[in-house]
Design a protein around this ligand. Structure first.
Ligand SMILES: Nc1ncnc2c1ncn2[C@@H]1O[C@H](COP(=O)(O)OP(=O)(O)OP(=O)(O)O)[C@@H](O)[C@H]1O
Length: 616
């Protein structure tokens, strides 16, 4: 079994990782080849290093003590003592110096190649993450994903450079040393290496356990990162509900467990290191015993025995280092597994082979018997059919959980219907490429997320080709221009991670500007005025009305007074579209919509009356 195969057996997973990353590794082929050459040079010099010792012992000490040289070396034997000593001293320094230069270049070259490969993998991973479907994100915690992209790649990067590559060098050194040992004395070499199988066995057994513990620890760290990200992301809610203690308890518990796993992995590695030390001592004792006998019988020179013992020690050094690196390699292997798991996730929603970029859409939207469930067996939308003409404004209303938002996520092709077809301009939306479809839809959600960037960028994110005039026009349409100019740095003001420096209404108007700049024919507004006070609400409504002119608009809304302004109203109940028509038609129908409308009207009157009483 060659070292690469042994490595593969010892650390299952490393092979899988290397295979999967091979296209990226191949790109660094020339750098890796150069580093490899430097490495071979280093190894060759390392193999020569003990030789001066042999000459000093055999040619100098043995001869001076009146003994006979077993295998005299012609040129060396002719030198006088002083010259021999000087030559040996120079050789020791020269060998170490040149070896140092070779080692430097191999280390730097491999480190550079390793870093380049992993930097590319991190970018690939991040790009891949962005393509994964919402169904994947709803099953996964975002903190854990961040940890995989940032920390798992970093662990792999660090370990590849500081453990895997030295390990590779060590394997080659081991091979070289073993070769020289056989060349020096096959009998002693066999004796010295008899214990290697025991070493491989114990390494294999312990590595499996170290790897399992490391993987567990990485998962735990993923959970910790997720808990931290969630609680910090929702710190307002956490403090308002006094949940700090709860989150702290969960986090501390996870932290303790991670510590225990870390200690366990360390203990296992330490156990492995000690085992190797005992094995090395035993092998040295065996060789010394037999070697001394051979020297006494004049079958071996003392110099050869000394050099042999040096080789044996050096041969076991990579083995000892292997034990030292194994824990870190196991950790890297676990991190690599987590990266591969992510890379292996295929997006549920993708461009079909025959998909074409959508032309400029007019905005005619049709649902044909569309049914959908997030989880098999739990239907969320059932048999939805409707047609909306270009430029029509539709309000989607109904009690919470009736499937209003889900309907629009299907239109955006964030999920795929289980049955039925969605058409835009009489074409199945799956015939369009995802990007060309989504860029023709603008979305304003209830809690608009702004990016940690300038106001300007936050608006311009809506359209990749936005000009200065476009940004200002969009801000004006969204009723945002005035307040933006009043911000400390106007359009250049940097917003907090979630735009926390702005009020809810201001954030909403910025996200309307972002939607406006897209000039998209289809507009999706998901409860855009919820949570706003009356003054802000009116400004947002005005902006939205301007935005929706000439666009096919789907407005999800709880406030039926707002819904009544739409051209059409869809009333949803338990995933079904149970009533549809204009406000007047639905009021005449006098069924569910009319009942809800009257209920809201009564509530409004009651609220107005109590406000009046308060003010009196
Ligand atoms: N990602 C998801 N995974 C699983 N179930 C989901 C998911 N999103 C929504 N649901 C479920 O689908 C149903 C419809 O949700 P949806 O958000 O479409 O309703 P809605 O009418 O928009 O509600 P609301 O007015 O409260 O926003 C609900 O029962 C909800 O629990």
């Amino acid at each position: 079994m060659n070292p690469a195969q042994q490595l593969q057996v010892v650390i299952p997973g490393i092979g899988r990782i290397l295979k999967r990353f091979s296209p990226y590794i191949r790109k660094q082929q020339s750098l890796i080849t150069l580093s490899m050459l430097a490495l071979f040079g280093e190894i060759a010099l390392r193999l020569l290093e003990p030789l001066p010792l042999k000459f000093i012992f055999d040619e100098l000490f043995v001869q001076q003590a009146g003994g006979a040289v077993l295998h005299p070396v012609p040129l060396i034997g002719a030198l006088d003592t002083r010259s021999l000593l000087l030559l040996c001293a120079i050789a020791i320094v020269a060998l170490a110096g040149i070896r140092g230069i070779a080692a430097y270049w191999s280390t730097v070259g491999f480190a550079l190649a390793g870093n380049r490969v992993l930097t590319e993998i991190r970018s690939v991973l991040y790009t891949h993450l962005q393509t994964l479907s919402l169904s994947f994100y709803s099953r996964t915690r975002s903190g854990d994903l961040t940890l995989r992209v940032i920390s798992d790649v970093a662990v792999l990067q660090e370990v590849v450079v500081t453990a895997l590559l030295p390990l590779l060098a060590n394997c080659l050194i081991l091979l070289g040393m073993v070769g020289v040992m056989f060349w020096l004395n096959a009998q002693l070499a066999i004796l010295g290496l008899t214990l290697l199988p025991i070493f491989w066995f114990s390494t294999f057994r312990l590595t499996q356990r170290i790897r399992a513990v490391s993987k567990q620890q990485r998962q735990r760290e993923g959970s910790m990162a997720a808990t931290a990200a969630e609680s910090i992301g929702a710190i307002k809610l956490v403090q308002a509900l006094s949940l700090q203690d709860k989150f702290t308890t969960v986090f501390t518990h996870q932290n303790q467990k991670s510590l225990k796993e870390g200690v366990k992995a360390k203990r296992l590695s330490a156990q492995l290191e000690r085992t190797v030390e005992v094995l090395l001592a035993t092998a040295t004792a065996l060789v010394l015993w037999r070697g001394a006998e051979l020297v006494l019988r004049n079958a071996l020179t003392p110099g050869d025995l000394l050099v042999f013992l040096t080789y044996l020690k050096n041969a076991f050094k990579p083995v000892r280092d292997f034990a030292k690196y194994i824990g870190r390699l196991a950790k890297a292997s676990a991190a690599g597994d987590r990266i591969l798991d992510l890379l292996d996730q295929a997006p549920d929603i993708y461009d079909l082979p025959e998909a074409k970029p959508a032309p400029r859409l007019a905005g005619a939207v049709q649902f044909d018997n569309v049914s959908f469930a997030y989880e098999p067996g739990y239907s969320v939308l059932q048999d939805i059919s409707f047609t909306v003409k270009p430029g029509q404004r539709v309000a989607i209303v109904g009690y919470s959980g009736s499937g209003k938002s889900t309907l629009t996520t299907l239109l955006l092709r964030l999920y795929e219907p289980d049955q039925g077809t969605i058409l835009i301009d009489n074409q199945d939306i799956r015939r369009y490429t995802l990007e060309s479809l989504r860029t023709q839809m603008s979305v304003v959600l209830q809690d608009s997320l702004l990016f940690a960037a300038s106001v300007w960028d936050n608006i311009a994110y809506g359209a990749s080709t936005a000009t200065e005039a476009d940004v200002i026009a969009a801000a004006k349409l969204a009723n945002a221009h005035e307040f933006i100019l009043n911000l400390p740095q106007g359009y250049d003001t940097i917003l907090g991670e979630r735009g926390v420096t702005l009020s809810g209404g201001q954030r909403q108007r910025l996200s309307i500007a972002r939607a406006a700049i897209r000039q998209a024919p289809i507009l999706i507004l998901d409860e855009p005025t919820t949570g706003l006070d009356k003054a802000n609400e009116q400004e947002v409504i005005d902006a939205l009305e301007r935005l929706s002119v000439g666009r096919t608009t789907f407005l999800i809304v709880h406030d039926l007074e707002l819904a009544a302004r739409a051209d059409f109203i869809f009333y949803m109940e338990r995933g079904r579209l149970v009533e549809r028509g204009t406000h007047e038609a639905l009021m005449q129908l006098n069924d569910r919509y009319a009942a809800l409308y009257r209920l809201q009207a009564t509530e409004r009157q009651y609220a107005a009356a109590s406000n009046l009483e308060c003010s009196i």
